[in-house]
Design a protein around this ligand. Structure first.
Ligand SMILES: [Zn+2]
Length: 471
């Protein structure tokens, strides 16, 4: 969870409800496409390209490249046309076809894109192929690969790597960390569902801007899903929830467009015919041994890596802490960060820091949010909590309520307890348990955070901390 809680202004809630109301009343809000920007990253844009180029070389030595100029030239013409509309940095994109019949594609940082022959064979028109390519371009433009790598690096070796990545031996250090080899580099290709949703939105915008009918962004995925052909694509690009709805909502935001867009070209049909005339691609099993992605193949090692790298479990021995406003106890292998009114209790490695924000991955943030004087006397606990959440959601757009546990007692005082889910700074989903208590000085907030997959291990420590609170 990105730590940046402020008490939102009085108008915040009505404004948001009004915004929602407008959204509900008019499904077509024109000219308001979703603006997306790259997230946390330790790499420079130039380093994205260097890293991508290095890994691409290794990838091409391991993958069964089709090496057909006509196909690759076509993919480059199509891809460059699409990439011209990508937001953000202009990367030196290159597109190549992999002689693999499974429906999959992947993009390395800096714009090195690989499209399996199976994608072209499964696409019914150029717009569908463009949808997949646009999705991959979205991953590059939003720098998802090095964003993942940055998270992994900060997580595993905060200071050493931070220093070397930002310092002179950046590339050597980064490659050493990542293993420097394509097959090992799954961290560059391991995207969260949120990253997938973002790549879909960029892809949808690109289709729209390049005059394809943007519905083909959704149609290809629907088709893969319906025909059970998406296993490979969805294992390396995890299928986001409500994928089609998100794409359709973006199409509505993009505004009106002519339904007579040219979605197919003679060139596309020619390339398909050419592929039909070539010997069939090697069987999937032969390729799989070295293929880059696919949850089944990569997840055991990733899981191991995460288990090794994550902070040690909370100690059962607790230690006392006295702040200005309260006393509590916390696991003795955790540390205290911050000052009196706002502090964080977390294990070593539980907080990820970058130049412009801190994100809590494991631990609890305790804060006293001051309430403006003019409303202090008449604000209710629920309203104060709602406003706090609005403020949290500004810096954590993926955060959403999964369970309202209602009332709770904290040291005998009335509080509220709610469970949210969010995107974890270490990848995957996290659980955020928020407990609020209204006090004369302001709203006392406890935000307990841990990745979903480890929450059970932390839950007990969290309960114990809350039980120990003494105002
Ligand atoms: Zn993807």
């Amino acid at each position: 969870m990105i730590i940046c809680a402020k008490f939102s202004k009085r108008r915040a809630l009505p404004a948001i409800s009004l915004g929602l109301l407008i959204l509900l009343l008019s499904p077509f809000v024109y000219g308001q496409r979703t603006r997306l920007e790259p997230g946390f990253n330790l790499f420079s844009v130039q380093q994205d390209v260097e890293l991508g180029r290095n890994v691409a070389q290794d990838a091409e030595s391991k993958l069964p490249m089709l090496n057909n100029d006509r196909v690759d030239n076509y993919l480059n013409r199509l891809g460059k046309k699409l990439a011209a509309y990508a937001p953000g940095e202009k990367y030196p994109y290159q597109f190549k076809c992999v002689n693999d019949s499974s429906v999959n594609a992947f993009a390395l940082p800096g714009g090195f894109l690989y499209i399996n022959r199976g994608v072209i064979e499964a696409a019914d028109n150029e717009a569908e192929l463009a949808g997949v390519v646009g999705h991959e371009i979205g991953h590059v433009a939003l720098r998802h690969g090095t964003n993942q790598a940055s998270k992994a690096q900060v997580y595993q070796a905060p200071l050493a790597i931070l220093g070397s990545v930002l310092g002179g031996d950046s590339m050597a250090a980064a490659l050493a960390q990542l293993g420097g080899e394509f097959a090992v580099n799954s961290v560059l290709l391991k995207y969260s569902r949120d990253a997938e949703r973002q790549a879909d939105l960029i892809g949808t915008q690109i289709l729209f801007d390049t005059n394809y009918n943007p519905v083909y962004m959704a149609r290809f995925f629907e088709k893969l899903e319906a025909g059970n052909r998406g296993t490979d694509f969805f294992s390396s690009h995890p299928h986001p929830e409500n994928r089609i709805d998100h794409i359709n909502a973006e199409i509505a935001r993009l505004g009106s467009y002519s339904r007579n867009r040219v979605n197919d070209t003679g060139e596309f049909r020619e390339i398909k015919r050419l592929l039909q005339s070539l010997p069939p691609a090697p069987k999937q099993g032969e390729v799989q041994a070295q293929a880059p992605s696919g949850e089944r193949r990569t997840s055991p090692s990733q899981t191991e890596q995460q288990q090794e790298a994550r902070p040690p479990a909370p100690s059962n021995n607790f230690r006392r802490f006295y702040s200005e406003n309260l006393k509590l106890q916390y696991p003795e292998n955790w540390k205290i960060f911050g000052h009196e009114k706002e502090f964080t209790l977390a294990p070593e490695g539980g907080i990820l820091r970058s130049a412009d924000n801190s994100a809590l991955a494991y631990g609890v943030e305790v804060s006293l949010i001051e309430i403006p004087e003019d409303i202090r006397s008449d604000i209710e606990l629920k309203e104060a909590t709602d406003r706090l959440i609005v403020s949290h959601q500004e810096s954590n757009p993926a955060m959403r309520l999964i369970r309202d546990r209602g009332r709770i007692r904290v040291d005998g005082r009335r509080g509220l307890s709610r469970i949210y889910e969010n995107e974890s700074p270490v990848g995957g989903r996290e659980i955020v348990w928020i407990v609020t208590v209204l006090r004369a000085e302001g709203l006392m907030v406890f935000a307990f955070v841990a990745p979903e997959r480890h929450f059970d291990e932390y839950d007990r420590a969290f309960e114990k901390i809350l039980d120990s609170v003494d105002f």
